[in-house]
Design a protein. Structure first.
Length: 85
């Protein structure tokens, strides 16, 4: 997590979706909820973080912010998110 904080200005990172529910398959992507430090939610930080995780874990990543969560899924996502840092 230290690398994410220093390099990408990540405040918190959480897993949700099938991986968090222990229902993932070989076809599943990794759903991550990210919160950046104040004023650091830039396109570059977002995309660089997404590509870094995809390259290192060799899995497709669906990276979202709280602001980008669709209203109809927001409560469920926030409830099931497991924060890793």
């Amino acid at each position: 997590m230290k690398h994410f904080r220093e390099e990408y200005k990540v405040k918190r990172l959480g897993i949700f979706g099938s991986v968090a529910r222990n229902e993932s398959t070989g076809e599943s992507d990794l759903d991550l909820l990210v919160e950046f430090e104040e004023g650091e939610a830039t396109f570059d930080h977002y995309m660089d973080l997404k590509f870094y995780i995809e390259d290192n874990l060799e899995i497709k990543v669906d990276l979202v912010t709280k602001a980008a969560l669709r209203k109809e899924y927001r409560d469920q996502v926030l409830e099931e998110t497991i924060y890793v840092g």
